[in-house]
Design a protein around this ligand. Sequence first.
Ligand SMILES: Cc1cc2nc3c(=O)[nH]c(=O)nc-3n(C[C@H](O)[C@H](O)[C@H](O)COP(=O)(O)O)c2cc1C
Ligand SMILES: [Fe+2]
Ligand SMILES: [Fe+2]
Length: 398
Amino acid sequence: MKKIKPSINFAGILNPGMRVFDVIMRTEYGTSYNSYVVKGAEKTAIIEASHRSFSRLYGEGLEEALEGRTPDYLILNHVEPDHSGSVACLLERYPNLQVLASQAAAIYLKNIVNREDFKPSIVRDGDSLDLGGKTLQFISAPFLHWPDSIFSYLPEEKTVFSCDFLGAHYCEPGVLDREILYAPEYFAALKYYYDCIFGPFAPYVRAGLQKLKALDFDTVCTSHGPVLTKDGALGRVLELYESWSAEKQAGPARIPIFYCSAYGNTKSLAQAVREGVLGAIPDAEVPLYNIIEHDLNALAEEMNGSDAFLIGSPTINREAVPPAWQLLSLADAINIQKRPVALFGSFGWSGEAVPHLSERLQSLKCAVFEQQLKVCFVPTQGDLAAARAFGEAFAKGI
Ligand SMILES: Cc1cc2nc3c(=O)[nH]c(=O)nc-3n(C[C@H](O)[C@H](O)[C@H](O)COP(=O)(O)O)c2cc1C
Ligand SMILES: [Fe+2]
Ligand SMILES: [Fe+2]
């Protein structure tokens, strides 16, 4: 058990061996499911619970962090199952435990806890909870990163419980940022976490940072990774969130072209399409990427941050090739809507790649260019001229 502040104990679970989170995130440095016990003169609150698979271990650590007390409240800043999976177990153990969460969270919780008698109490922005000399204040933080997210603030200890905000899938034996031994790895994990979890919500991140600025705090108890302190990484982490979420400066249009090509046919098309785009917008930045030669997350950042983009894929086994799908699986479904996109590719006989990718991008509500460039096997000079015209027409419409 670790003391964070005189009235705050750490009761979280370290999971250093985890390598994949939520199927889609890599966690090279493991993670932690942070949970905290806050002790007032009269009442005791738990903030955040844990992943269901750790319920027993979590229960043991929690018991120690409670230091003989019976908890009165469980506050869930957001109910994704990494934090709420063990709620049902906690309710068995402490039948009088009152669960507090936002309105949206309460609805989700019913379907996570699955108990007829389960009645969470709803907290609204500005509500507070008196623990006896210690007061938890609740601040709504929508879309950081679920609709239900809130921050909890304990002014007497200058501490914010920020949920996933400012967190990272990162695990070292020390719980505090001042104990981090591998700082570059921690900051890499912080950035990756930001990109995956908060990248789609930049305006909400800016709003969240504004809300934090109005508070007097020196410690942030996140839900994953190290607890952030003024003497440790807190200032740096806040600065990084400011810069990552800053509004994009207007500059030349950035129109990346992503392609795959087994025999160079789709590649030739990509090069000709690029010439066409530059013919229409000479100062555009039009980087050309063979998808399999680059880090997929870096390409996803490029795609998600672009003004428009194109994807080229040959048809193999009646389908676009897996790297093209993998890239699209990392599309920021919120901000990619209305983004101008165009598709092209070489094929041999059936040519499904382009229409299949097009369907997917339409379902993401992108502005899919009505022309599709499909060329049978090796492009002729005429096909390359058509590819240039295709790139030019697409760029003119952006
Ligand atoms: C293993 C394999 C499977 C293929 N399957 C299809 C297919 O189902 N339908 C089709 O139209 N073309 C198919 N093709 C043909 C390719 O789409 C064609 O060779 C194309 O020109 C390759 O373009 P690239 O050089 O850009 O990879 C296949 C090719 C290979 C090597
Ligand atoms: Fe989450
Ligand atoms: Fe989480």
